[in-house]
Design a protein around this ligand. Structure first.
Ligand code: MLT
Length: 407
């Protein structure tokens, strides 16, 4: 008899963004004349930077020549990309990360979901609320939680990110072993200061914990006082793994390329308390289960670090940040309080007592605008909606006009 992993039965409905896509598709089918503007999932709308396209074309041509054709590449990624990342994203900012500490992958979603395989099922996991659902769902699948009771999985330590703490969770008041953090935050758009992040690193050092730091939105940081990488904090190399992506800075959501940084000193412990280095474990896992991102895509990603690529990706993120500023200004003028939108592409809007899904339905049906209901990100998201700045300027302006009329 083939028996199933019953942990899957604990999961709620479908994955949040599939659920929303289903509802939007059903509405569109019944209202084919309605023009819908999507400010829901954070999917980019602008094309790839020309520097990336040129590199992609060139690499595709290489695949057509006997002398330049490439078969399997290194599972961890090609040296040219790993080195470009180490030099530009880290060393140029005075952060010590070497090329062989970088693992190229096809997405931060996959990496943040897969990394928990390195740890036992009895660890205590701390997950923000609200949160990008992947961190939570993958721990449910792995059997690290009890049942879902009253909007929460038993056994998880929820790090509440609420208005009262500026959407930056407080340190846990009991020991936890694995901590998920994401800054600039998805979904709240909040950012963390160096001092704030240092408290988490110090906590992890003292309690022998590990931080999984999702920095997928670092390219939207404009405030120079804010940390872009957790490795700007002394001690973080021993206690943190960082996740980055080319999806939001360079428009690779459909192209797929990301990377995970596992410093050589980053440690875990066996049941006897002996230290083991996570770099070796992740390397083993990556080589066994992953065959690398395709050569042309890695060449396109490396072009992000060329002079043209840097200018063009900055233009892209500036474009979306301008949208974010418009959303923020309009929603504030309507009397709503909100977070994010300054150094992040998401605006987290307090619905003034409205249920998140009711607010979602109202905006979809009356304004033809798709948002993401805050409660889909967790119990603390109830009453909020998230608007994404990833769309054209024209669509964002039109969406805000419609929202104004509706509200
Ligand atoms: C989001 O909308 O939260 C993100 O686009 C989801 C993702 O990056 O997978």
């Amino acid at each position: 008899m083939i028996t199933i992993n019953e942990n899957f039965l604990k999961l709620q409905d479908s994955y949040l963004f599939s659920n929303i896509a289903g509802r939007v598709a059903a509405f569109q089918e019944n209202n084919p004349q309605k023009n819908i503007i999507k400010l829901g999932i954070g999917d980019v709308t602008r094309p790839l930077p020309p520097a990336c396209i040129a590199a992609l074309h060139k690499a595709v041509d290489e695949m057509a020549g006997d002398a330049t054709f490439k078969g399997y590449g290194p599972e961890q990624g090609y040296e040219f990309l790993r080195q470009a990342i180490a030099d530009n994203d880290f060393r140029a900012r005075g952060i010590e990360v070497s090329a062989d500490e970088i693992f190229i992958s096809d997405g931060a979603k996959c990496d943040t979901g897969n990394i928990q395989e390195l740890f036992t099922t009895d660890i205590k996991v701390a997950i923000p609320d609200p949160v990008y659902p992947v961190y939570l769902d993958t721990n449910v699948m792995a059997g690290r939680t009890g049942d879902y009771v009253d909007g929460r999985y038993q056994g998880i330590y929820y790090l509440e990110s609420i208005k009262e703490n500026n959407f930056i969770p407080d340190l846990p008041n009991k020991d936890v072993d694995l901590i998920y953090l994401c800054f600039p935050n998805n979904p709240t758009g909040s950012t963390i200061s160096r001092e704030g992040l240092k408290k988490w690193v110090d906590y992890a050092v003292e309690s022998k914990a590990l931080i999984l730091f999702d920095a997928a939105y670092e390219a939207f940081i404009r405030d120079k006082t804010l940390p872009k990488s957790i490795y700007e904090i002394p001690g973080a190399r021993e206690v943190a793994i960082e996740f980055r992506s080319f999806s939001k800075n360079a428009g690779f959501t459909g192209t797929r390329c990301a990377f995970t940084v596992v410093p050589k000193e980053c440690r875990g412990f066996d049941s006897k308390g002996k230290i083991h280095y996570l770099h070796a474990l992740w390397n083993r896992r990556h080589c066994t289960k992953f065959n690398g991102v395709s050569y042309p895509i890695q060449r396109a990603a490396a072009a992000v670090y060329s002079e043209e690529g840097k200018t063009q990706t900055k233009e892209l993120t500036d474009y979306y940040l301008k949208n974010a500023a418009i959303i923020k200004k309009e929603i504030t003028a309507l009397g709503f309080s909100s977070g994010g939108g300054d150094n992040a592409p998401y605006i987290w809007i307090d619905g003034q007592g409205r249920d998140s899904w009711d607010f979602f339905d109202m905006l979809l049906k009356q304004a033809g605008v798709v948002c993401t209901p805050g409660s889909g990100f967790g119990k603390c998201g109830q009453g909020y909606i998230r608007l994404s700045a990833f769309n054209s300027l024209e669509n964002v302006e039109e969406a805000m006009n419609r929202i104004k009329t509706t509200l």
